[in-house]
Design a protein around this ligand. Structure first.
Ligand code: 5GP
Ligand code: ZN
Length: 110
């Protein structure tokens, strides 16, 4: 937990945010500035700055995120139409919130 981290504050319910999903390890909520009709963020509760900071023993967080992404894609109704999964890494990679998260983006009409 990092008190100056926005996503830690959301995880800890200090900032009111509707969770689409929550378990012991992850929360999922809608992106405040969606880039597509479906844009949700899959967020480990553990504070990890970015992919660069992942430790080997944290590999289960990454596999857990992808398994959850598959389920959330179905729940959001985009599993068949298709979607993108994205990690932004550090400033040059477009990361603005330095608490690891996976974007699930989809729902375009194509
Ligand atoms: P990044 O660029 O770090 O990968 O993505 C951070 C995402 O968090 C952005 O898409 C941004 O719109 C979203 N975001 C920033 N602040 C908030 C917030 O307070 N609530 C929610 N739900 N999303 C946020
Ligand atoms: Zn954090």
């Amino acid at each position: 937990m990092s008190s100056d981290c926005l996503f830690c504050r959301i995880v800890n319910r200090e900032l009111p945010t509707e969770f689409l999903y929550e378990d012991d390890d992850f929360v999922v909520f809608r992106d405040i500035n969606p880039a597509a009709p479906v844009h949700v963020l899959l967020v480990p509760k553990k504070h990890i700055r970015s992919i660069n900071d992942l430790q080997k023993e944290e590999g289960s967080i990454i596999s857990g995120l992808f398994m959850l992404a598959k389920d959330m894609a179905k729940e959001q109704g985009v599993n068949e139409s298709g979607y993108k999964l994205l990690f932004n890494v550090e400033k040059g990679g477009g990361q603005v919130i330095f608490h690891l998260h996976l974007h699930l983006i989809g729902g375009w009409k194509r």
